[in-house]
Design a protein around this ligand. Structure first.
Ligand SMILES: [Zn+2]
Length: 115
């Protein structure tokens, strides 16, 4: 009894603002490099890059979908290893980032200063 209720109490909370949808089959996530602070936008194809959390992957994270990706920016050679979990609407519900961190779309735009 206790075991089951513990499982279902852990409902993933959607973090808003970490993704931007791009058309019907694209979603952007934003990463920042630990080493040089470069901000990197990564476009994911929801049809091919996002995997369903099912079978052996079902217990690996809180998401309905997840992506595992290694990203290298243009300023340094550090490899940022990202594992991001999404709910069915592609909101971020969990992430594990090595050598960097996940930032929001707003944070990404703030200091990129694209003119
Ligand atoms: Zn870097």
């Amino acid at each position: 009894m206790g075991f089951l209720s513990n499982l279902f109490n852990k409902k993933p909370r959607a973090e808003k603002g970490y993704t931007t949808k791009d058309g019907a089959h694209g979603v952007w996530i934003y990463l920042q490099c630990d080493k040089c602070d470069e901000k990197i936008a990564v476009r994911l194809r929801t049809t091919s890059e996002l995997q369903k959390r099912e079978g052996p992957d079902a217990d690996g994270g809180p998401g309905t979908f997840f992506v595992q990706k290694t990203v290298v920016g243009s300023r340094c050679y550090q490899r940022i290893e990202a594992l991001v979990d999404f709910d069915a609407k592609y909101n971020v519900v969990g992430s594990q980032i090595k050598n960097g961190k996940l930032i929001t779309a707003t944070e990404y735009k703030e200091t990129t200063g694209n003119k």
